[in-house]
Design a binder for this molecule. Structure first.
Ligand SMILES: Cc1cc2nc3c(=O)[nH]c(=O)nc-3n(C[C@H](O)[C@H](O)[C@H](O)COP(=O)(O)OP(=O)(O)OC[C@H]3O[C@@H](n4cnc5c(N)ncnc54)[C@H](O)[C@@H]3O)c2cc1C
Length: 327
């Protein structure tokens, strides 16, 4: 195993030992990571990824931790966070270029302030740009990938730029390019093996779609945030939707139909506001959440014949822990 001295020799950023991942996740659940590392920039991250790979130390990227459930035992390896080192943003008149560590809220605010229409419907989604690209975050039929032009990643230790389209305008709703993730996986293999360090967006010219007006963008942003606050349990720690919505179905309704809205195990509960959210009532364990997941999967399958698929990413779990949901 790599020692802290070996990491210090090559890595310039912050090194934490045994930091509780509960502090870094929206769920407020998760044990300690052996190492917690904050690179200073993309070069520092590339060095780190090479070092950890050479020493076969597992590593994971943690953005805002808003789409993950971390094991109560934490993560045996290094959790890497790039919010501090890779959060710059600029607009050069054609492209908005941002570091992957920037919070989505900041990206939205920046675009709204510059009168750029294209990401305002993502207002209120917690997360970083990197996490949003990885999960293809979206709302109201729009996703982070709609105006994405280029993604910069670290793949096998090397910085690499991946373009969504060979040339021309960003391909909003283009049939082939509609799912950015699909394009990436078809052309370049899984993005999940890559670390996203930055991205460039090209938004439509001002005035197209009758939008791009600053006051109008501000109104949309405000309205969507208020709507989220009303419909989602934002007052309690959670990790967003627990399950993916199967085509044409609402998981919230499927869970509700089984009488599980408000159902609680330990300190985890299917939200009384929206049943596809599990909330941490205070001190919930990852096992509490896994047991709720298992209960919903069984009951919904029995009643509706639908096998619910996890949306939240499980991090750091050992096989024995996962037996709860796999049995
Ligand atoms: C209240 C609430 C509401 C939500 N509403 C929505 C919604 O409307 N729509 C929606 O799509 N999502 C929603 N989510 C889920 C979540 O906000 C998004 O998935 C978000 O984009 C995750 O970003 P993150 O930085 O928090 O990612 P994390 O949770 O930190 O990570 C998610 C995954 O991405 C990986 N990752 C993170 N950063 C990088 C990187 N730079 N490079 C490579 N891999 C990386 C992680 O390893 C992990 O596998 C909601 C969550 C909450 C808590």
């Amino acid at each position: 195993m790599v020692s802290i001295d070996q990491i210090r020799k090559f890595f310039r950023g912050y090194i934490g030992i045994g930091e509780l991942l509960a502090k870094l996740t929206a769920f407020k659940i998760g044990g300690p990571a052996d190492f917690y590392l904050e690179p200073l920039d993309a070069g520092d991250l590339a060095v780190l990824v090479n070092l950890l790979s050479d020493h076969e130390l597992p590593f994971m990227m943690i953005g805002n931790g808003s789409n993950m459930l971390v094991s109560d035992f934490g993560y045996r390896g290094a959790a890497i966070n790039i919010e501090r080192g890779l959060s710059a943003i600029e607009f050069d008149g054609e492209f908005v270029k941002a570091g992957a560590g920037i919070k989505l809220a900041k990206l939205v605010d920046f675009c709204v302030e510059n009168g750029l229409h294209g990401v305002e419907t993502l207002a209120g989604i917690p997360g970083t740009l990197g996490g949003a690209i990885l999960t293809n975050a979206g709302a109201y039929g729009e996703t982070i990938s709609d105006y994405l032009f280029e993604v910069e990643v670290i793949r096998r230790g090397e910085l690499k730029k991946i373009s969504k389209v060979a040339a021309g305008d960003s391909m909003r709703r283009d049939a082939a390019a509609f799912s950015y993730m699909k394009v990436i996986t078809d052309r370049y293999g899984s993005l999940e093996n890559d670390f996203v360090v930055g991205a460039a967006f090209r938004f439509p010219p001002k005035g197209s779609f009758g939008r791009g007006d600053k006051a109008e963008l501000k109104r949309v942003r405000r309205e969507l945030i208020l709507r989220r606050n009303e419909l989602q349990p934002v007052e309690l720690p959670n990790a967003g939707r627990i399950f993916k919505n199967p085509e044409g179905k609402s998981v919230g309704k499927l869970i509700e139909n089984c009488g599980l809205k408000g159902f609680r195990i330990g300190n985890a509960q299917f939200s009384t506001k929206h049943a596809n959210f599990v909330v941490n009532l205070g001190g919930a364990s990852a096992v509490d959440v896994l047991q709720l997941i298992k209960t919903a999967q069984e009951k919904v399958n029995e009643k509706s014949g639908v096998m619910l698929e996890l949306d939240v990413k499980l991090m750091g779990f050992q096989l024995e822990e996962l037996a709860i949901i796999e049995a």
